[in-house]
Write a protein that binds this ligand. Sequence first.
Ligand SMILES: [Zn+2]
Length: 547
Amino acid sequence: MILILASLLLAAPAASERAALGRITAPEISGHLRFLSDDQLEGRRPGQPGDELAMKYLASQLEAYGLKPGGDGGSYFQAVPLIELRAEVPRDIHFAAGGKDLTLHALGGSTADLVLEPNAHIDRATLKDVPLVFVGYGITAKEYGWDDYKDADVRGKVVVVMNFNPPFKGQGVRLWYGRWDYKYINAVRHGAAGALVIHTTPSAGYPWQVLANRADGTHQDLPPSDVEPRGMQFQGWITEAAAIKVAELGGEDLDALRKAAESRDFRPRPLGTTLALDMPITRRQIRSANVIGVLPGTDSRLSEEAVLYTAHHDHLGHGPPAPGTTDGIYNGALDNASGCATVLAMAYAATFAPPKRSLIFAFVTAEEQGLLGSRWLAEHPPVPANRIAADINLDSVNRWGRTTDLGVLGLGKSTADEVVRKVAAEQGRTVHGDPYPDRGAFYRSDMFSLARVGVPPVAVKGGPDYAGRPKGWGDEQQLEYERKHYHQPSDEYHGDWDLSGDVQDAQLQLAVGLRIANAPQMPAWTPGDEFAAKRSPSPPQGAGSDR
Ligand SMILES: [Zn+2]
């Protein structure tokens, strides 16, 4: 008995950690959340006054907690040079094949057949009767022995691409190759003039109106770089029904083509149809920033390394009132005022147990525009990327109460998992991988940007097993949210969420961060992981600062 007690005491978390975790409360999170998702913030679109207000709120809180500024010139703000591209998208888009014509519509909310956006940073997109080529999944993945492009020449042509990816890692598991962002990048690398991704609700994970309702030809971008090359006249989406019509016009059967694309022997197939487009594009600079606060480490040597917390502060702004809502404000309460509110609560709590390594709290911009703020942060980190022990990212927290389990996105990627498993066990929770692997959530939020420069991720959320609820209840809540509220004006906060599960998760995420920050060694990637080679070796500890 005495022996057991002694070992329990040894294993017990430090008193300072327990005191810090006790500072995280639902009312504190609720208070931040209510402000950040208020209508006055107008959906927090980067470059608009509402998001600027959100950024100033976040910086004020960091200052009040006594955190040091981690941005430019001794401020809390790291400027991110966003560029807004705005295309004057024509309503009618003309397709032709052997004397036959087909007109599809690119505007009109959910009745649109196409959604078009700029890709290259050019003044005008011009395509004169350019041939369309079906390229299956549009994936070039040597490690899986897969190349949809083969030796086909698609230069100057428009590629039509299926969403998702073949079952490289199991049926229904979405990888980076299954994301639309990747499809565009690979199309650019093959010299395509444009790319259209075929939308289906199962392959996208969200209905057509999520894309079409707020499509107005604008999107934001970073200055072009090798990481994500640009170069096409346009990028966009097409509904499944419209894609079938376009194929039919050229005498092709889209279903047969899609079937053929499931095989690695698939070859790109000209659709026999051409597209004409003339679309002026304007560009302007956007003022936006990542908001960064630092809790300096207590160890003179290890404080040069850090554990990073990230949550994106931006959302979609506002548009015309959507059906069934009173306004067109995309409040983004869950996505991601909730993550910002929770990271603020953790930043405050952390000041009661400052660890050996520094803690960096970064509220990043333009996540919804393609993880732009976090990409900028990853390429311009406040401490060198190989000295960042882990990125603990929060995007859309658990709002349905306490859970008996914990989902880990990217489970198995690094030894940070061991810390997560330990703290979860102390909370009496079981650990599993992504409960919805078809969504590809790992590649859809900011930890992906940090992983790309070699920083191991910690991306966790309680659920879907809720304490005192029947099996399947959590999945129902998640599905209903995705169908009705994800990226819709109804993602609002009215004080009626059960934040006890978010507190439970926040306590876990803070404990994990503190323990990683106090450990002798930083977490290591699992050998052979897709990002392991991105980690450049750290200089020997104590070798002095190279900053
Ligand atoms: Zn989002």
